[in-house]
Design a protein around this ligand. Structure first.
Ligand code: FAD
Length: 443
């Protein structure tokens, strides 16, 4: 499942990130198998970095010229307290594996990104958020304890009540404080594998803000799909909550298709985008609340394996920004106008508001305000020119870009958006580095 390029002989040679850009960064890959072992020696390599499932878009999980340590071998469950709803597992365990074990026992992960094919280590290192941020905060809020293995062989156990400063550096710490070996999280109880969901169309951004305010009051999961080609920001507001216990539930058959080949050019272009967005906007919506299995609802893209290939060999970018509450309305409108004018963007543009719960990590991305995320095919200078225009709006409105979705933000923009970067530097393991970090620090 990892986003690797596999050599004909079968050995993994060059790890890629999910958007397949930047490409071809040579790094030596090591597979880790046991959290009890010390880190493998550098053997002349400049530095090292952990790599989970490569579900980041960009270069936070890449390390050209250094070692990349694949963590999927750290795949053991360590302890499960069924009564209290608490689980400890090695950091290479994925949310998919956790859910397969937990859901039949009446528990769910407290926060999940839009794909379940991420590791626990990756979820911590990017302090990932989900559709329930306004109620639950981000992943780090639910971590009770984790262990970091440093390259000098020391192990630091930290959490909200122990070695707190190491915890704040490691949650959202972009994998730079050392190898996360194990993680303990608190879970959420569920009655079954279903959600009750509701969908409402909106014709403009003004309508969205009203709908969203009401939805956040009533529903723990909310997010909106937005038609990035429509100048006034039409879309569909989606909301859900865990379904109550009920005798009769709809049947669910897990389905997965796979996108079969690498097209030479992106299949996402202005024409296909226009057609998709018009169809999606007009698709019939259920008249009232409906029962939906958590898989298609929380992970719509996981149903199509390798969907990232649709953008062709040049790959794509995701642009995810957050703007503070008082600047959100104007800033998001400005960003959407720029995107619509250029006629690019993606089928799945997501708009959501983060809640007020302050993030724990020094470099965590979630903060109060509105976040917009959308993909762009890599069209070279044309795409970069649009990003420069969008960056100016984000900076002007006091916002930030999400490092987990970034392959190109200017160093100055990172430092403005993450003012604790200087404090964070003290906690970096001297043998750890990433392409992202060297880029934004201009090292
Ligand atoms: C379809 C899709 C939807 C997504 N939706 C969301 C979303 O809604 N919200 C959101 O927040 N994100 C989202 N993401 C991004 C994704 O959740 C994050 O990038 C996540 O961190 C990827 O986890 P991974 O295990 O693949 O880690 P990788 O991408 O392999 O690595 C990410 C970072 O974690 C570090 N890392 C990984 N394992 C360890 C370890 N054991 N010790 C130390 N550092 C480690 C790496 O060094 C790197 O810095 C989405 C991604 C996709 C593909």
């Amino acid at each position: 499942m990892g986003a690797d390029r596999v050599r004909p002989g079968g050995s993994v040679s060059v790890p890629l990130s999910w958007n397949r850009f930047p490409r071809g960064a040579p790094s030596r890959v090591q597979k880790l198998d046991c959290r009890q072992e010390p880190l493998p020696p550098l053997n002349g390599a400049a530095n090292r970095l952990a790599y989970g499932e490569g579900r980041s878009y960009g270069d936070v999980c890449l390390n050209a010229g250094g070692f990349v340590m694949r963590t999927r071998g750290l795949d053991r469950f360590i302890a499960f307290d069924r009564a209290a709803g608490r689980i400890s597992a090695e950091a290479g365990v994925t949310l998919d594996e956790l859910l397969a074990f937990l859901v039949p026992q009446g528990w769910f992960v407290p926060v999940t990104p839009g794909t379940r094919f991420v590791t626990l280590g990756g979820a911590v290192a990017n302090d990932v958020h989900g559709k329930n941020h306004h109620r639950a905060g981000s992943f780090g809020h639910h971590v009770r304890e984790l262990e970091i293995l440093r390259s000098d062989g020391t192990r630091i156990v930290c959490g909200p009540d122990e070695n707190r400063e190491w915890f704040e550096a490691t949650v959202g710490g972009l994998g730079l404080t050392g190898l996360i070996t194990r993680v303990t999280i608190e879970l959420k109880p569920i009655a079954n594998a279903f959600l009750i969901s509701e969908a409402k169309r909106f014709r403009s951004l003004a309508e969205f803000w009203d709908l969203n305010e009401a939805a956040e009051r009533d529903w723990p999961y909310t997010a909106a799909w937005i038609d990035c080609l429509s100048a006034n920001g039409r879309g569909v507001q989606l909301a859900a909550r865990p379904a109550p216990a009920r005798a009769a539930l709809p049947a669910h058959r897990a389905r997965s298709l796979s996108f079969p080949f690498d097209p030479p050019v992106s299949l996402v272009n202005t024409l296909s985008l226009k057609a998709f967005n018009a169809l999606y906007y007009r698709k019939p919506l259920p008249a009232g609340p409906a029962f939906t299995h958590y898989e298609p609802y929380l992970y719509p893209l996981d149903g199509i394996l390798n969907w990232n290939r649709i953008y062709g060999r040049l790959g794509f970018f995701q642009y995810q920004c957050v703007l503070p509450p008082d600047a959100s309305r104007e800033g998001i409108a400005q960003i959407l106008r720029s995107i619509s004018r250029q006629g690019s963007g993606s089928f799945l543009a997501v708009l959501k508001t983060f809640g007020e719960i302050p993030s724990l990590g020094m470099l965590s991305f979630p903060r109060p305000g509105a976040t917009l995320a959308l993909d762009f095919p890599n069209q070279g200078d044309r795409t970069q020119a649009l990003f420069t225009e969008l960056d100016a709006v984000v900076v002007e409105h006091g916002g930030a870009l999400y490092p987990a979705k970034d392959a190109r933000m200017p160093p100055k923009m990172f430092k403005l958006g993450f003012p604790q970067w200087e404090r964070f530097q003290r906690y970096i393991d001297p043998e750890f580095s990433s392409q992202f970090w060297r880029r934004v620090m201009e090292l």
